[in-house]
Design a protein around this ligand. Structure first.
Ligand SMILES: [Ca+2]
Length: 182
């Protein structure tokens, strides 16, 4: 009886530790189940919800160009990682940027619309989880005092589907979607 109690207590402690260590998703609506709320640069002619989710029912199909997430709060100077599921309708490439949420400091720091700001991966026609890390190290600016960043994702003008977008503190990607708490 005493042994069993000890094991239970250990199991409870382990569960609590895992819960505390679970990464927090800084993005809202990364699974597109609530429409495209919290996503920007959405053009209804190019960017559509499709019933082909990697997580839940819906994914976002980007026919051309890029979409932008809502700004999220980063930790100044720390690595921030975006992870998501992606596939193409034919093999291709996904390109991702993580610029400051204000255009001017982003451009000045070469974090927006610049080839060197982009990271990417080859994609196929099956869902694949990819992750990319940037340092949230762009200096504060008068018009951009706080470390708010956003994620920009596109398929180099070939149609791609994305789902389960998760932004976490640190260098580790998340192997699955992390629903936003609260
Ligand atoms: Ca989804």
């Amino acid at each position: 009886m005493i042994t069993r109690l000890c094991i239970s207590a250990a199991a409870v402690a382990l569960t609590l530790t895992s819960a505390l260590a679970a990464p927090e998703n800084r993005l809202r609506n990364g699974s597109f189940e609530g429409g495209t709320l919290y996503w920007h640069q959405i053009d209804p002619k190019k960017d559509t919800l499709v019933r082909d989710g990697a997580v839940g029912e819906f994914a976002l199909r980007i026919a051309k160009g890029n979409v932008m997430s809502a700004p999220f709060v980063a930790e100044r100077g720390q690595p921030m990682t975006v992870s998501f599921f992606v596939k193409g309708e034919q093999p291709g490439r996904v390109g991702v940027q993580m610029p400051p949420s204000a255009r001017e400091p982003g451009t000045k720091a070469k974090r927006l619309w610049m080839r060197e700001a982009e990271q990417g991966a080859e994609i196929g026609t099956e869902w694949k989880r990819v992750s990319f890390t940037w340092l949230a190290d762009v200096p504060p600016d008068g018009i951009w005092p706080n470390p708010h960043y956003l994620v920009q994702i596109g398929g180099h003008d070939k149609p791609i589907l994305i789902d389960g977008v998760t932004v976490t503190l640190g260098k580790e990607g998340t192997p699955a979607y992390v629903p936003r708490r609260g």
